[in-house]
Write a protein that binds this ligand. Structure first.
Ligand SMILES: [Zn+2]
Length: 185
């Protein structure tokens, strides 16, 4: 154990940074640290101890670890729908609207399909996993694109002879893909 003294360093929960950070001890009462200064934001505040040692049972709100922060690709992991929704804020899930813009991992509420989890975003389409099915719905039709639409050109799979009739694309889910409005390009 390092001897703690005023002017020394200690890890503490910064009330501003909301993180466990190195702090400089400003004041002590006997062996107890009472006041610290955050080395990161420079703010003075009462010593709180490191996260997990707090006396307040509030630490449950630790941020959920964000998996795969680099590539937003939907991994095909076989876990149950309930597991996928575990820890998600279902209560405040917004109602699905094609005008809203969704992002991967977001929970939304669909009037027909119920609670769904966004598993992929492809331009103006979102893949949603519902309890019984996976749907592709439109989004971001509100006119305020927050994301540059990732352009995915239609994959031409049929490289076969030309006498084959063109396979028709599967019909969009009703209600989901509103009649395709010209998207103004
Ligand atoms: Zn701080």
């Amino acid at each position: 154990m390092a001897t703690l003294k005023v002017g020394g360093e200690v890890d503490a929960q910064c009330t501003r940074c909301k993180m466990n950070l190195a702090h400089t001890i400003l004041a002590m009462v006997g062996p107890k640290i009472v006041r610290v200064r955050c080395n990161t934001c420079g703010g003075d505040h009462a010593f709180r101890g490191a996260a997990g040692v707090t006396d307040r049972p509030k630490a449950a709100s630790t941020r959920a670890p964000r998996a795969a922060s680099g590539t937003p690709r939907a991994e095909k992991v076989v876990i149950s729908f309930d597991e996928q929704l575990a820890g998600k804020d279902i209560a405040s899930a917004p109602k699905y609207s094609p005008k809203d813009t969704y992002k991967v991992d977001q929970v939304i509420h669909h009037p027909t399909f119920g609670v769904g989890l966004v598993t992929a975003v492809r331009g103006d389409k979102v893949d949603l996993t519902f309890r019984s099915d996976t749907k592709t719905l439109v989004h971001g039709r509100g006119g305020v694109p927050t994301d540059r639409p990732a352009f995915s050109p239609p994959t031409t799979r049929q490289a076969g002879p030309a006498d084959k009739p063109m396979a028709e694309p599967p019909p969009e889910e009703e209600g989901a893909a509103e009649t395709s409005l010209p998207s103004g390009d």
